[in-house]
Design a protein around this ligand. Structure first.
Ligand code: SAH
Length: 353
């Protein structure tokens, strides 16, 4: 059965059959503007409300909602049709509200330091499953008197491994909910063909690349997809994106103690940033703990030192504030309750430089 956020507007018209066409518009507005349950779309006659409610189900069943940061971070655990589980994080800031959405149940990219990667891949999410995460988070935000304005595709999964559905979801968020492209950010581990496709989307979204290492030897180890799409190819794709879009590109860098936080790492990273047609912005984040990766994040003094080295080399850099660590909602901690193998040996060794 199709879920209500999977149908395109034309499919909804077809589904409505003999109903007048304006009913489709009313339902569409109810779903995408009011974030309403069909039963609550007051413009519709009661019988039609009931039919939509029953025949076009929601695709997300809430398992748990956990709250942290004094109510400013909420993590939703959803069960999907077929039993797969995913998570969504809602983050309230003084000046904005951001939703972090999942694009796959699990992930096939196998980055050892990421809880989603440790758990492996289950399946792609449909368009409706992606869009509905935003809708329910926006509904919750509204209950708290806030408007969701930013979406980051940084939850579970690799967005550009599910590029057709992610793009269709971006179109809905942009065209139907009305979120502007500069408030949408797609994060990728570096799926090069997907970056080239994204560069051609009609919506000029922001791109974040999870870099974490600036030489192939270390990156092969931390981010296995690097063996297929090494740094040279990845930088060409980033340049293609910047040439096509002129939008902000950021490099995500999870600082791992004694693995990628040395001066030489900063030097190599600065070179990559400066070699692009527009300078990339670096987001530093100390590695969050996950059950399957024993190495710890760089301590605060090391983070400040790494940041200062980049600043001295003229790189734009921000240390990202961490959210929701205590409820496993922070970057790299989303596992949707999947058990992962707990490793005790250090798996990533520093490559001698
Ligand atoms: N697969 C996409 C989308 C996930 S975004 C991507 O990799 O970009 C999640 C971000 O958190 C990525 O930048 C990822 O590298 C980072 N991350 C993963 N594990 C982490 C950890 N343990 N601590 C901090 N950041 C982590």
């Amino acid at each position: 059965m199709a879920s209500r956020y999977d149908l395109s507007k034309d499919e909804l018209v077809a589904w409505l059959g003999n109903e007048p066409r304006y009913r489709a518009t009313q339902i569409w507005e109810g779903l995408y503007q009011q974030f309403a349950e069909p039963a609550d779309i007051s413009a519709l006659p009661k019988t039609l409300r009931a039919r939509v409610q029953e025949e076009l189900p929601s695709s997300l069943s809430l398992v748990t909602e956990r709250v942290s940061d004094g109510g400013d971070t909420s993590k939703f655990l959803w069960e999907l049709e077929g039993g797969a589980r995913i998570e969504t994080v809602l983050m309230l800031y003084p000046d904005r509200v951001t939703v972090c959405v999942s694009t796959q149940a699990g992930c096939a990219m196998a980055c050892g330091f990421c809880a989603t990667g440790q758990a492996g891949f289950t399946r792609h999410l449909s368009v409706g499953e992606i869009v509905e995460q935003v809708v329910v988070a926006a509904r919750r935000g509204r209950e708290m008197g806030r408007r969701v304005g930013n979406i980051v595709f940084m939850g579970m999964g690799e967005p550009l491994a599910n590029e057709p559905n992610v793009h269709a979801a971006v179109e809905r968020l942009h065209d139907d909910i009305g979120i502007s492209a500069r408030h949408l950010t797609v994060s990728t581990v570096g799926v090069v063909p997907g970056i080239h496709r994204l560069a051609q989307w009609a919506e000029p979204v922001n791109l974040a690349v999870s870099l974490h290492a600036a030489n192939d030897q270390l990156r092969d180890d931390l981010v296995p997809i690097n063996k297929r799409y090494p740094i040279g190819m990845l930088m060409d794709a980033c340049a293609d994106y910047l040439d096509a879009r002129g939008r902000r590109l950021s490099f995500e860098w999870a600082l791992i103690d004694s693995v990628n936080d040395r001066r030489q790492d900063a030097v190599e990273l600065a070179e990559l940033c400066h070699d692009l047609p527009l300078p990339a912005h670096v987001n530093l984040i100390p590695l969050n703990s996950t059950p399957g990766y024993p190495t710890r994040g760089t301590p605060p003094e090391g983070v400040a030192r790494f940041r200062d080295e980049l600043l001295r080399m003229g790189v734009n850099v921000t240390v990202r504030a961490n959210r929701g660590n205590d409820i496993d909602a922070a970057c790299g901690q989303l596992a949707a309750g999947q058990p992962v193998e707990v490793r005790t040996a250090i798996t990533s060794k520093r490559v001698p430089s």
